[in-house]
Design a protein around this ligand. Structure first.
Ligand SMILES: [Zn+2]
Length: 228
């Protein structure tokens, strides 16, 4: 499966806190997972050192637009201009060209045929997500971790031959703890993690204790919180 983070909105409190991304980088290093970061160009301009740290840690760097506006509101010239500005800024600051990997702001317009066609014409590959454990809703870490595992399991057992792409965000305070909890379980089960540049198929994973996932995750989150 692929763990992905949207990194955006540098004007909002906490979105700009250096610790939110560096804490995630620490967790990924501990669990040995290579992830994908969809960076907003304007966020990169506001946080060049942290953006560079993401690339230096070896994670895949992808584009999440420059402006983070709903692309359905842009003209086709506006779409092309935003994409190339984002690519230029991200590549310049991180040293990694994010092309062709791109995620629409809010995922908005991912079902818009005209927009999809334009992205394709420009050579971009839009990466949506299969699993949204809603880390942005302010819930508990165990709820987010259990939702991630359940969604991944449903996805990889339901649609063979495809990787489950998990959507997370860099800024919710609950994300690092939830991430560590569900990644530990997956690593323990021998799951294969991929980044956008090597998305392929993942074999199905079995969770015998599936109905008790929330219970299992709450114990794990408690012990991680104690040790960390
Ligand atoms: Zn976003």
């Amino acid at each position: 499966m692929a763990v992905t983070f949207d990194v955006e909105d540098p004007d909002l409190p906490w979105h700009n806190a250096p610790s939110s991304v560096t804490t995630i980088l620490d967790v990924l290093g501990r669990v040995g997972v290579r992830a994908t970061f969809f960076l907003q160009g304007r966020w990169v301009d506001a946080n060049p050192d942290i953006a560079r740290a993401v690339a230096d840690a070896g994670h895949a760097v992808a584009s999440h637009s420059y402006s983070h506006v709903d692309f359905r509101q842009l003209s086709s010239e506006g779409v092309a201009a935003d994409l190339s500005r984002a690519r230029e800024r991200i590549a310049n600051v991180t040293g990694v060209d994010p092309f062709p990997y791109f995620r629409l702001p809010y995922g908005a317009g991912s079902d818009d045929l005209g927009l999809r066609r334009q992205l394709r014409r420009l050579g971009y590959r839009h990466i949506g997500w299969d699993v949204d454990p809603k880390d942005y809703e302010g819930g508990q870490a165990e709820t987010v971790a259990a939702a991630a595992l359940e969604g991944i399991d449903t996805c990889v057992s339901g649609d063979e031959g495809r990787d489950a792409v998990v959507l997370l965000h860099s800024w919710p305070q609950v994300t690092p703890l939830a991430l560590e909890a569900f990644c530990e379980v997956l690593v323990g089960r021998g799951a294969r993690f991929v980044a956008v540049d090597d998305l392929r198929s993942t074999p199905a994973l079995a969770f015998p204790e599936r109905t008790n996932l929330l219970h299992a995750m709450s114990g794990r989150v408690r012990s991680l919180a104690r040790s960390g």
